[in-house]
Design a protein around this ligand. Structure first.
Ligand code: UD1
Length: 429
C-alpha cells in the first residue's frame, strides 16, 4: 500500500463517454475501520479479515494499530491478519487521529482492554463539527472516568460495567465504540436507538466470531454480554455500498450500462428507490445491479437520514446526478451541518444549484462543462468526478487526496468501464 502515499493529486477526465461494463465493489471502508479497531480487544491473539480495501483511511488505521503494538500482515490470498500482543499501548497517536476522525473508534476497545485510554480530540472537519459526546456519555454510563485536558480525552475504568444506554441520536461511531467497549464489560449492556447501518451488523459478526454473545434486535437495540477475554476471530468485510452506488451513478449520468458486482443490493435500497423515482432503469440480481441507459433523469426531493434512509455519504453524488435532471430537485442534508461545500465547484461546471439553509435547490441543466475543480472532501470528490464524466470537455479534479481515502483504484475502475481518465501530478500553481 506504500504507493498510496504518492498518489497523484489531480484526476483528468475527458467527459461525455457513456460508460459500459462491469466493476466489482471493494470492501466497505466504513465497515473495515471499526472491525480493524476491534482487534484491540484481543490479548495475544489474531483477528483475520477478508476483503479489507486498499485505501488511505485503512492505511491510516493500520499505522495507528502498529503504533499501539499490533502486527499487520497481508497474505497472498488477500486475507489481512491483525496479530495483537499481550500488551498494547493505550495512547492513540495524534498524527493518525488528526488525519482521520474514525481513529476515535479505538477509544472503546482500548479502554475496555487496557483499563485506560488517551485519545486526542479529533476536532471539526470540512463537513461540519463532529463531536464525540455520545461516545463519551455512553462510556461514562458504563463507569468510565473521563477527563479532557489540553485537547486530549483521558478515559479510565478498571472494568467497565454493563448498562442500559439510550443513544440520543443513532450515531454510527458511538454505536460501534460502545459495542466494542461492552464486549469486555462486566455484565450485559443494552444499547437502545443504535445506528442500523449494515456496517454495524458487520461489527457484530466480528465480535461474535471473537466469542462475544451479541444480538441485534429489529427494534434498534443491541444486547451484548460482556466476557473476560475475547478469542481469535475471522470475518469478511461487507461490500462498500457507497462505492457501488457511485459507479451506478456514473453509468446513469453518462447514459451508459454499468454493472456492479459483489454487492448486497438490500444495503442500498433507498438509493435504488430514488433512482427508480427519477426514472432510471436498472436490474437487481442476487449480488449485482445493472443500470441501463436512460435519456434524462427527472427531478425529485430527498432528505438524508440514518439507515435505512438515504445515506448522507451519497448526497453529493446524487446532487451531481440531479444537476442534470429535468426540473427542480430539493435535497435536504439532515445528518451533517455543512455538507454542501462542493456545490460551488459543481456550479463552476455549469450546474445551477443554490443552498437554502440545509437544502440544495437544484435546477437541472442539460449539460455540464469541464473545468478545473477541487475536491473539498471524500464524497465531494466523487461527485465532481461523476460530473466530469458527464461533462463536455476536460475536467481536472484537484485534491484527489480526499478521494484516495475511500475509493480503491478509482481511475483504473473507471478506465475499465471505458472512461477517458488519467492521473496527473500536482497541478502547477
Ligand atoms: C460514519 C461514517 C460516515 C458517515 C456517517 C453518517 C465511518 C468511518 N464514517 O461517521 O462516512 O457519513 O457515519 O452515516 O463509518 N454526532 C454527535 N455526537 C456524537 C456523534 C455524532 O453530535 O458523539 C453527530 C455528528 O456530528 C453528525 C451525526 O451525529 O452530525 C452523525 O454522526 P455519526 O453517525 O456518528 O457519524 P460517524 O460515525 O462520525
Amino acid at each position: 500500500m506504500d504507493s498510496l502515499n504518492v498518489m497523484p493529486n489531480v484526476m483528468r477526465i475527458e467527459g461525455g463517454v457513456p460508460l459500459e461494463g462491469t466493476v466489482r465493489a471493494q470492501g466497505a471502508k466504513n465497515a473495515a475501520l471499526p472491525v480493524m479497531a476491534a482487534c484491540l480487544l484481543l490479548k495475544d491473539g489474531t483477528l483475520t479479515l477478508e476483503n479489507v480495501p486498499d485505501l488511505q483511511d485503512v492505511r491510516t488505521m493500520v499505522e495507528l494499530l502498529e503504533t499501539l503494538g499490533v502486527r499487520v500482515e497481508k497474505d497472498p490470498e488477500g486475507q489481512t491478519r491483525f496479530c495483537v500482543p499481550e500488551e498494547v499501548g493505550f495512547e492513540a497517536p495524534e498524527a493518525q487521529v488528526r488525519k482521520m476522525r474514525a481513529s476515535s473508534l479505538v477509544l472503546g476497545p482500548l479502554l475496555a482492554r487496557c483499563g485506560q485510554a488517551a485519545l486526542p480530540l479529533p476536532g471539526g472537519c470540512s463537513i461540519g463539527s463532529r463531536p464525540i459526546d455520545l461516545h463519551l456519555k455512553g462510556l461514562v454510563q458504563m463507569g468510565a472516568k473521563i477527563e479532557i485536558r489540553n485537547g486530549v480525552v483521558y478515559a479510565q475504568a478498571d472494568r467497565l460495567r454493563g448498562r442500559r444506554i439510550y443513544l440520543d441520536f443513532p450515531s454510527v461511531g458511538a454505536t460501534e465504540n460502545l459495542m466494542m467497549a461492552a464486549a469486555l464489560a462486566h455484565g450485559e449492556t443494552i444499547i437502545e436507538n443504535i445506528a442500523r447501518e449494515p456496517e454495524i451488523d458487520n461489527l457484530a459478526s466480528v465480535l461474535g466470531s471473537m466469542g462475544v454473545p451479541i444480538e441485534i434486535e429489529g427494534t434498534g437495540c443491541v444486547r451484548i454480554k460482556g466476557i473476560e477475554e475475547v478469542h481469535c476471530g475471522k470475518e469478511r468485510v461487507i461490500p462498500d455500498r457507497i462505492e457501488a452506488c457511485t459507479y451506478l451513478l456514473a453509468g446513469v449520468m453518462t447514459g451508459g450500462q454499468v454493472t456492479v458486482t459483489d454487492v448486497i443490493p438490500a444495503h442500498f435500497d433507498a438509493m435504488l428507490a430514488k433512482l427508480e423515482e427519477a426514472g432510471a432503469r436498472f436490474s437487481v440480481y442476487r449480488d449485482s445491479v445493472t443500470v441501463s441507459p436512460v435519456k434524462r433523469l427527472q427531478s425529485l426531493s430527498l432528505r438524508t437520514m440514518p439507515f435505512p434512509g438515504f445515506p448522507t455519504d451519497l448526497q453529493p453524488q446524487m446532487v451531481a446526478a440531479l444537476s442534470l435532471a429535468g426540473g427542480v430537485s430539493m435535497v435536504e442534508e439532515s445528518v451533517f451541518q455543512a455538507r454542501f461545500l462542493y456545490v460551488e465547484e459543481l456550479n463552476r461546471m455549469g450546474a445551477n444549484i443554490s443552498i437554502r439553509g440545509n437544502t440544495a435547490v437544484i435546477s437541472g441543466v442539460r449539460q455540464l462543462q469541464g473545468t478545473s475543480v477541487k475536491a473539498t472532501d471524500l464524497r465531494a470528490g466523487a461527485a465532481l468526478i461523476l460530473a466530469g464524466l458527464a461533462a463536455e470537455g476536460e475536467t481536472r479534479v484537484g485534491e484527489m487526496i480526499h478521494v484516495w481515502r475511500g475509493y480503491e483504484a478509482i481511475d483504473e475502475k473507471l478506465r475499465s468501464l471505458g472512461a477517458r481518465v488519467g492521473l496527473v501530478p500536482e497541478e502547477a500553481k
